[in-house]
Design a protein around this ligand. Structure first.
Ligand code: PMP
Length: 407
Protein backbone atom coordinates (compact mmCIF):
# COMPACT_ATOMS: atom_id res chain seq x y z
CA UNK A 1 0.00 0.00 0.00
CA UNK A 2 1.31 3.44 -0.93
CA UNK A 3 -0.09 5.17 2.11
CA UNK A 4 2.76 7.65 2.38
CA UNK A 5 1.97 9.24 -0.97
CA UNK A 6 -1.65 9.98 -0.14
CA UNK A 7 -2.81 13.51 0.50
CA UNK A 8 -3.10 13.54 4.25
CA UNK A 9 -0.33 11.58 5.84
CA UNK A 10 2.32 11.31 8.49
CA UNK A 11 3.27 14.96 8.21
CA UNK A 12 -0.13 16.15 9.37
CA UNK A 13 0.01 14.07 12.51
CA UNK A 14 3.50 15.37 13.21
CA UNK A 15 2.46 18.97 12.81
CA UNK A 16 -0.47 18.44 15.18
CA UNK A 17 1.64 16.61 17.72
CA UNK A 18 4.35 19.23 17.93
CA UNK A 19 3.48 21.04 21.16
CA UNK A 20 6.27 23.58 20.70
CA UNK A 21 4.80 24.89 17.46
CA UNK A 22 3.31 28.33 17.61
CA UNK A 23 0.63 29.13 15.10
CA UNK A 24 -1.05 32.31 13.96
CA UNK A 25 -3.80 33.22 11.54
CA UNK A 26 -7.08 32.81 13.42
CA UNK A 27 -8.90 34.85 10.76
CA UNK A 28 -9.90 31.82 8.74
CA UNK A 29 -9.34 29.07 11.25
CA UNK A 30 -6.22 27.90 9.43
CA UNK A 31 -2.98 27.89 11.32
CA UNK A 32 0.23 29.24 9.84
CA UNK A 33 3.55 28.38 11.43
CA UNK A 34 5.39 31.30 13.06
CA UNK A 35 7.91 29.69 15.40
CA UNK A 36 11.52 29.29 14.30
CA UNK A 37 11.68 25.61 15.40
CA UNK A 38 8.16 24.70 14.28
CA UNK A 39 7.41 22.06 11.70
CA UNK A 40 7.00 23.44 8.20
CA UNK A 41 4.81 21.13 6.16
CA UNK A 42 5.54 21.54 2.44
CA UNK A 43 4.71 17.95 1.59
CA UNK A 44 1.37 18.75 -0.06
CA UNK A 45 0.80 21.10 -2.95
CA UNK A 46 -1.81 23.05 -0.99
CA UNK A 47 -2.19 26.32 -2.93
CA UNK A 48 -2.77 28.62 0.07
CA UNK A 49 -0.50 31.34 -1.34
CA UNK A 50 -3.49 32.51 -3.41
CA UNK A 51 -5.54 33.37 -0.29
CA UNK A 52 -4.09 36.88 -0.02
CA UNK A 53 -5.17 37.64 -3.59
CA UNK A 54 -8.74 36.49 -3.01
CA UNK A 55 -8.93 38.36 0.29
CA UNK A 56 -8.15 41.55 -1.59
CA UNK A 57 -10.77 40.73 -4.24
CA UNK A 58 -13.30 40.62 -1.36
CA UNK A 59 -16.99 40.93 -2.23
CA UNK A 60 -16.39 40.59 -5.95
CA UNK A 61 -15.47 36.94 -5.43
CA UNK A 62 -18.39 36.16 -3.12
CA UNK A 63 -21.52 34.21 -4.05
CA UNK A 64 -24.72 33.68 -2.12
CA UNK A 65 -26.82 30.57 -2.79
CA UNK A 66 -30.42 30.71 -1.53
CA UNK A 67 -31.79 27.60 0.16
CA UNK A 68 -34.02 26.69 -2.79
CA UNK A 69 -31.31 26.81 -5.43
CA UNK A 70 -29.14 24.01 -6.90
CA UNK A 71 -31.42 21.32 -5.46
CA UNK A 72 -31.90 19.11 -8.50
CA UNK A 73 -29.39 16.44 -9.51
CA UNK A 74 -29.62 17.79 -13.03
CA UNK A 75 -28.20 20.90 -14.66
CA UNK A 76 -29.42 20.21 -18.19
CA UNK A 77 -30.77 16.70 -18.73
CA UNK A 78 -30.61 17.13 -22.51
CA UNK A 79 -26.82 17.60 -22.54
CA UNK A 80 -24.13 14.91 -22.74
CA UNK A 81 -22.72 16.14 -19.42
CA UNK A 82 -26.08 16.55 -17.71
CA UNK A 83 -24.63 17.72 -14.38
CA UNK A 84 -22.50 20.52 -15.89
CA UNK A 85 -23.66 24.00 -14.85
CA UNK A 86 -23.89 26.21 -17.98
CA UNK A 87 -22.29 29.20 -16.20
CA UNK A 88 -19.32 27.11 -15.23
CA UNK A 89 -18.92 25.71 -18.75
CA UNK A 90 -19.14 29.23 -20.14
CA UNK A 91 -16.43 30.57 -17.81
CA UNK A 92 -14.15 27.58 -18.55
CA UNK A 93 -14.35 28.26 -22.29
CA UNK A 94 -13.95 31.99 -21.75
CA UNK A 95 -10.83 31.59 -19.58
CA UNK A 96 -9.13 29.24 -22.05
CA UNK A 97 -9.98 31.70 -24.82
CA UNK A 98 -8.35 34.48 -22.82
CA UNK A 99 -5.21 32.57 -21.80
CA UNK A 100 -4.85 30.59 -25.03
CA UNK A 101 -3.56 27.49 -23.21
CA UNK A 102 -5.99 24.91 -24.62
CA UNK A 103 -8.31 24.38 -27.56
CA UNK A 104 -11.97 24.52 -26.54
CA UNK A 105 -13.63 24.47 -29.93
CA UNK A 106 -15.28 21.13 -30.71
CA UNK A 107 -14.41 19.86 -27.27
CA UNK A 108 -16.76 18.44 -24.64
CA UNK A 109 -16.37 20.11 -21.25
CA UNK A 110 -16.80 17.60 -18.44
CA UNK A 111 -16.78 18.72 -14.83
CA UNK A 112 -15.37 16.54 -12.06
CA UNK A 113 -14.85 16.51 -8.31
CA UNK A 114 -11.29 17.72 -8.72
CA UNK A 115 -9.25 16.58 -11.65
CA UNK A 116 -8.55 13.52 -9.48
CA UNK A 117 -12.03 12.22 -10.28
CA UNK A 118 -11.63 13.08 -13.97
CA UNK A 119 -8.37 11.18 -14.13
CA UNK A 120 -10.17 8.07 -12.89
CA UNK A 121 -13.08 8.73 -15.24
CA UNK A 122 -10.60 8.89 -18.13
CA UNK A 123 -8.98 5.58 -17.11
CA UNK A 124 -12.43 4.00 -17.01
CA UNK A 125 -13.37 5.46 -20.40
CA UNK A 126 -10.15 4.38 -22.13
CA UNK A 127 -10.00 0.81 -20.80
CA UNK A 128 -11.92 -1.77 -22.85
CA UNK A 129 -14.52 -3.44 -20.58
CA UNK A 130 -13.96 -6.95 -21.97
CA UNK A 131 -10.16 -7.20 -22.33
CA UNK A 132 -8.49 -10.33 -20.94
CA UNK A 133 -5.91 -8.25 -19.06
CA UNK A 134 -6.20 -4.91 -17.24
CA UNK A 135 -4.96 -1.94 -19.30
CA UNK A 136 -1.44 -0.79 -18.40
CA UNK A 137 -1.23 2.75 -17.03
CA UNK A 138 2.19 4.41 -17.30
CA UNK A 139 3.88 7.78 -16.91
CA UNK A 140 7.49 8.88 -17.39
CA UNK A 141 9.53 9.28 -14.20
CA UNK A 142 9.45 11.34 -12.14
CA UNK A 143 5.64 11.04 -12.19
CA UNK A 144 3.00 12.61 -9.94
CA UNK A 145 2.87 10.42 -6.82
CA UNK A 146 -0.93 10.06 -6.91
CA UNK A 147 -0.93 8.36 -10.32
CA UNK A 148 0.11 4.91 -9.03
CA UNK A 149 -1.94 5.05 -5.84
CA UNK A 150 -5.13 6.38 -7.45
CA UNK A 151 -4.83 3.87 -10.31
CA UNK A 152 -4.45 0.86 -8.02
CA UNK A 153 -6.29 1.56 -4.78
CA UNK A 154 -9.43 -0.32 -5.86
CA UNK A 155 -7.47 -3.13 -7.58
CA UNK A 156 -9.54 -2.60 -10.72
CA UNK A 157 -9.87 -5.36 -13.29
CA UNK A 158 -9.94 -2.68 -16.01
CA UNK A 159 -6.56 -1.02 -15.53
CA UNK A 160 -3.42 -1.29 -13.43
CA UNK A 161 -0.35 0.79 -12.74
CA UNK A 162 2.65 -0.31 -14.83
CA UNK A 163 5.27 2.26 -13.84
CA UNK A 164 7.73 4.31 -15.85
CA UNK A 165 6.63 4.91 -19.46
CA UNK A 166 10.26 4.74 -20.64
CA UNK A 167 10.55 1.16 -19.40
CA UNK A 168 7.21 -0.02 -20.81
CA UNK A 169 7.21 -2.71 -23.49
CA UNK A 170 3.93 -3.20 -25.31
CA UNK A 171 1.47 -1.67 -27.73
CA UNK A 172 -1.61 -1.01 -25.62
CA UNK A 173 -1.41 1.36 -22.66
CA UNK A 174 -2.68 4.61 -21.21
CA UNK A 175 0.12 7.13 -20.81
CA UNK A 176 -0.30 9.99 -18.36
CA UNK A 177 1.50 13.11 -19.46
CA UNK A 178 1.73 15.85 -16.85
CA UNK A 179 3.01 19.13 -18.28
CA UNK A 180 4.44 21.22 -16.68
CA UNK A 181 5.31 18.18 -14.66
CA UNK A 182 4.54 17.55 -11.02
CA UNK A 183 7.11 17.10 -9.37
CA UNK A 184 9.96 18.58 -11.41
CA UNK A 185 8.33 21.38 -13.47
CA UNK A 186 9.57 20.16 -16.87
CA UNK A 187 7.53 20.45 -20.05
CA UNK A 188 6.65 16.92 -21.10
CA UNK A 189 5.39 15.11 -24.14
CA UNK A 190 4.20 11.53 -24.51
CA UNK A 191 7.15 9.15 -24.68
CA UNK A 192 5.24 6.18 -26.15
CA UNK A 193 4.01 6.34 -29.72
CA UNK A 194 2.00 3.19 -30.47
CA UNK A 195 -1.16 3.71 -32.51
CA UNK A 196 -3.01 1.49 -30.00
CA UNK A 197 -1.86 3.59 -27.05
CA UNK A 198 -3.94 6.35 -25.44
CA UNK A 199 -2.81 9.49 -23.64
CA UNK A 200 -4.28 11.66 -20.93
CA UNK A 201 -2.74 15.12 -20.66
CA UNK A 202 -2.79 16.51 -17.13
CA UNK A 203 -2.36 20.25 -17.66
CA UNK A 204 -3.03 21.32 -14.07
CA UNK A 205 -0.01 23.67 -14.16
CA UNK A 206 -0.27 24.98 -17.71
CA UNK A 207 -1.15 28.49 -16.56
CA UNK A 208 0.82 31.73 -16.95
CA UNK A 209 1.87 32.06 -13.30
CA UNK A 210 3.96 28.88 -13.65
CA UNK A 211 5.19 28.76 -17.23
CA UNK A 212 5.18 30.59 -20.54
CA UNK A 213 2.06 29.78 -22.58
CA UNK A 214 3.92 28.85 -25.75
CA UNK A 215 1.08 27.20 -27.64
CA UNK A 216 -2.57 26.20 -27.48
CA UNK A 217 -2.64 22.62 -26.22
CA UNK A 218 -4.64 20.37 -28.52
CA UNK A 219 -4.83 16.83 -27.11
CA UNK A 220 -7.58 14.21 -26.97
CA UNK A 221 -8.12 14.46 -23.20
CA UNK A 222 -6.87 17.48 -21.26
CA UNK A 223 -7.38 17.85 -17.51
CA UNK A 224 -7.47 21.13 -15.56
CA UNK A 225 -8.34 22.10 -12.02
CA UNK A 226 -9.19 25.20 -10.02
CA UNK A 227 -6.81 23.84 -7.33
CA UNK A 228 -3.78 25.06 -9.24
CA UNK A 229 -5.21 27.68 -11.61
CA UNK A 230 -6.94 29.91 -9.03
CA UNK A 231 -5.90 28.21 -5.76
CA UNK A 232 -9.38 26.87 -4.86
CA UNK A 233 -8.37 23.31 -3.99
CA UNK A 234 -11.11 23.09 -1.35
CA UNK A 235 -13.84 23.67 -3.95
CA UNK A 236 -12.83 20.26 -5.38
CA UNK A 237 -13.51 21.13 -8.98
CA UNK A 238 -11.76 20.19 -12.17
CA UNK A 239 -12.69 19.99 -15.80
CA UNK A 240 -11.75 17.87 -18.78
CA UNK A 241 -11.69 18.98 -22.41
CA UNK A 242 -12.44 15.89 -24.43
CA UNK A 243 -12.38 15.50 -28.21
CA UNK A 244 -14.13 12.19 -28.73
CA UNK A 245 -17.85 12.00 -27.98
CA UNK A 246 -17.86 8.33 -26.95
CA UNK A 247 -14.94 8.84 -24.56
CA UNK A 248 -16.72 11.90 -23.13
CA UNK A 249 -19.91 9.83 -22.65
CA UNK A 250 -18.04 7.11 -20.79
CA UNK A 251 -16.36 9.67 -18.54
CA UNK A 252 -19.79 11.10 -17.73
CA UNK A 253 -21.01 7.56 -16.99
CA UNK A 254 -18.15 7.04 -14.55
CA UNK A 255 -19.01 10.25 -12.69
CA UNK A 256 -22.68 9.21 -12.65
CA UNK A 257 -21.77 5.85 -11.11
CA UNK A 258 -19.17 7.30 -8.78
CA UNK A 259 -20.91 10.40 -7.34
CA UNK A 260 -24.13 10.96 -9.42
CA UNK A 261 -22.72 14.19 -10.78
CA UNK A 262 -20.68 16.99 -9.26
CA UNK A 263 -21.63 19.58 -6.64
CA UNK A 264 -23.56 22.41 -8.27
CA UNK A 265 -22.70 24.70 -5.37
CA UNK A 266 -19.04 24.20 -6.16
CA UNK A 267 -19.62 24.78 -9.85
CA UNK A 268 -21.41 28.07 -9.17
CA UNK A 269 -18.60 29.19 -6.91
CA UNK A 270 -15.96 28.16 -9.43
CA UNK A 271 -17.89 29.93 -12.21
CA UNK A 272 -17.75 33.11 -10.13
CA UNK A 273 -14.04 32.69 -9.40
CA UNK A 274 -13.16 32.09 -13.07
CA UNK A 275 -15.34 35.05 -14.06
CA UNK A 276 -13.46 37.35 -11.68
CA UNK A 277 -10.17 36.18 -13.23
CA UNK A 278 -11.32 36.82 -16.80
CA UNK A 279 -13.11 40.09 -15.92
CA UNK A 280 -9.83 41.30 -14.41
CA UNK A 281 -8.24 41.13 -17.85
CA UNK A 282 -11.20 41.89 -20.08
CA UNK A 283 -13.11 44.66 -18.29
CA UNK A 284 -11.99 48.21 -17.44
CA UNK A 285 -10.10 48.30 -14.16
CA UNK A 286 -10.44 51.86 -12.75
CA UNK A 287 -9.41 50.81 -9.20
CA UNK A 288 -6.20 49.17 -10.46
CA UNK A 289 -7.17 45.82 -8.88
CA UNK A 290 -4.50 43.15 -9.06
CA UNK A 291 -5.03 40.40 -11.67
CA UNK A 292 -4.65 36.75 -10.80
CA UNK A 293 -1.94 35.65 -13.22
CA UNK A 294 0.06 38.86 -12.65
CA UNK A 295 -0.18 38.31 -8.90
CA UNK A 296 0.80 34.64 -9.19
CA UNK A 297 3.69 35.30 -11.52
CA UNK A 298 5.10 38.14 -9.36
CA UNK A 299 4.93 36.05 -6.21
CA UNK A 300 6.39 32.93 -7.82
CA UNK A 301 9.26 34.96 -9.35
CA UNK A 302 10.11 36.43 -5.94
CA UNK A 303 9.89 33.03 -4.23
CA UNK A 304 12.07 31.28 -6.79
CA UNK A 305 14.70 33.99 -6.50
CA UNK A 306 14.77 33.60 -2.73
CA UNK A 307 14.88 29.81 -2.96
CA UNK A 308 17.83 29.91 -5.35
CA UNK A 309 19.72 32.18 -2.92
CA UNK A 310 18.89 29.92 0.04
CA UNK A 311 19.94 26.78 -1.82
CA UNK A 312 23.22 28.43 -2.76
CA UNK A 313 23.83 29.59 0.81
CA UNK A 314 23.16 26.11 2.21
CA UNK A 315 25.61 24.34 -0.10
CA UNK A 316 23.55 21.13 0.23
CA UNK A 317 21.26 21.02 -2.77
CA UNK A 318 20.80 21.62 -6.45
CA UNK A 319 17.70 22.65 -8.40
CA UNK A 320 16.76 21.94 -12.03
CA UNK A 321 17.42 24.71 -14.54
CA UNK A 322 14.61 26.04 -16.71
CA UNK A 323 14.64 28.01 -19.91
CA UNK A 324 12.38 30.97 -20.64
CA UNK A 325 9.87 31.10 -23.46
CA UNK A 326 7.71 33.62 -25.28
CA UNK A 327 4.40 33.71 -23.41
CA UNK A 328 1.46 34.31 -25.73
CA UNK A 329 -0.61 35.48 -22.77
CA UNK A 330 1.78 38.05 -21.28
CA UNK A 331 3.14 38.83 -24.77
CA UNK A 332 6.74 38.77 -23.58
CA UNK A 333 9.50 36.29 -22.74
CA UNK A 334 8.86 34.83 -19.33
CA UNK A 335 10.76 32.49 -17.06
CA UNK A 336 9.51 29.18 -15.60
CA UNK A 337 8.39 29.14 -11.96
CA UNK A 338 7.15 25.65 -11.11
CA UNK A 339 4.65 25.02 -8.33
CA UNK A 340 7.12 22.61 -6.72
CA UNK A 341 10.84 22.78 -6.10
CA UNK A 342 12.53 19.52 -7.04
CA UNK A 343 15.51 19.55 -4.72
CA UNK A 344 18.41 17.18 -5.11
CA UNK A 345 20.66 16.60 -2.14
CA UNK A 346 24.25 16.81 -3.39
CA UNK A 347 25.99 15.58 -0.20
CA UNK A 348 27.37 12.05 -0.51
CA UNK A 349 26.62 11.25 3.12
CA UNK A 350 22.92 12.21 2.85
CA UNK A 351 21.03 9.69 0.70
CA UNK A 352 17.62 10.20 2.30
CA UNK A 353 16.87 13.85 1.63
CA UNK A 354 13.32 13.69 3.03
CA UNK A 355 14.66 12.21 6.29
CA UNK A 356 17.42 14.80 6.47
CA UNK A 357 14.99 17.72 6.05
CA UNK A 358 12.60 16.12 8.53
CA UNK A 359 15.36 16.29 11.14
CA UNK A 360 15.23 20.03 10.51
CA UNK A 361 11.44 20.05 10.84
CA UNK A 362 10.81 20.55 7.15
CA UNK A 363 8.35 18.03 5.72
CA UNK A 364 8.74 17.25 2.03
CA UNK A 365 7.96 14.29 -0.23
CA UNK A 366 10.73 11.87 -1.14
CA UNK A 367 11.70 11.14 -4.74
CA UNK A 368 10.80 7.48 -4.12
CA UNK A 369 7.08 8.36 -4.33
CA UNK A 370 7.70 9.75 -7.82
CA UNK A 371 9.55 6.67 -9.08
CA UNK A 372 13.10 8.00 -8.53
CA UNK A 373 15.87 8.03 -5.90
CA UNK A 374 15.51 9.35 -2.37
CA UNK A 375 18.16 12.03 -2.77
CA UNK A 376 15.36 13.99 -4.44
CA UNK A 377 12.51 15.69 -2.63
CA UNK A 378 9.52 17.67 -3.79
CA UNK A 379 8.75 20.88 -1.92
CA UNK A 380 5.58 22.90 -2.35
CA UNK A 381 6.16 26.49 -3.50
CA UNK A 382 2.48 27.39 -3.03
CA UNK A 383 2.16 27.72 0.74
CA UNK A 384 1.39 30.89 2.68
CA UNK A 385 4.05 33.61 2.88
CA UNK A 386 4.86 32.93 6.58
CA UNK A 387 5.63 29.28 5.90
CA UNK A 388 7.61 29.96 2.78
CA UNK A 389 9.66 32.63 4.62
CA UNK A 390 10.47 30.20 7.41
CA UNK A 391 11.39 27.53 4.88
CA UNK A 392 13.92 29.64 2.97
CA UNK A 393 15.45 30.94 6.20
CA UNK A 394 15.85 27.42 7.50
CA UNK A 395 17.33 26.14 4.24
CA UNK A 396 19.84 29.05 4.15
CA UNK A 397 21.04 28.29 7.66
CA UNK A 398 21.37 24.52 7.14
CA UNK A 399 25.05 24.78 6.22
CA UNK A 400 26.00 26.52 9.46
CA UNK A 401 23.75 24.36 11.69
CA UNK A 402 25.13 21.16 10.12
CA UNK A 403 28.69 22.37 10.69
CA UNK A 404 28.03 23.32 14.31
CA UNK A 405 26.48 19.87 14.93
CA UNK A 406 29.66 18.24 13.63
CA UNK A 407 32.05 20.37 15.68
N1 PMP B 1 -2.88 16.60 -11.28
C1 PMP B 1 -1.77 17.12 -10.79
C2 PMP B 1 -0.55 17.10 -11.63
C3 PMP B 1 -1.72 17.67 -9.51
O1 PMP B 1 -0.58 18.17 -9.04
C4 PMP B 1 -2.89 17.66 -8.73
C5 PMP B 1 -2.93 18.24 -7.35
N2 PMP B 1 -1.82 18.04 -6.57
C6 PMP B 1 -4.02 17.09 -9.26
C7 PMP B 1 -4.00 16.57 -10.54
C8 PMP B 1 -5.28 16.99 -8.47
O2 PMP B 1 -6.07 18.09 -8.61
P1 PMP B 1 -7.48 18.22 -7.89
O3 PMP B 1 -7.26 18.98 -6.63
O4 PMP B 1 -8.30 18.97 -8.87
O5 PMP B 1 -8.03 16.85 -7.66
Amino acid sequence: MQTSSCLLEEGDEMAAANDDSVYAGPTNGVRAVTNASAIINLDHGDPTMFESFWRRIGEKGTIVIPGWQTMSYFSDATKLCWFLEPDFAHEVRRLHGLVGNAVVEERHVIVGTGSTQLFQAALYALSPPDASEPMSVVSAVPYYSSYPSVTDYLRSGLFRWSGDAHAFKGETYIELVCSPNNPDGTIKEAVLKSKFGKTIHDLAYYWPQYTAIVGTADHDIMLFTVSKSTGHAGTRLGWALVKDRDVAKKMVKFIELNTIGVSKDSQLRAAKILKVVSDGYELPNPDGMDKLFDFGRRLMAARWERLHEAVKASGFFSLPEFSSGFCMFFKERTATYPAFAWLKCEKEEIRDCEGFLKEHNILTRSGKHFGVASEFVRVSMLDRDENFDLFVKRISSLGSSHLSQKV
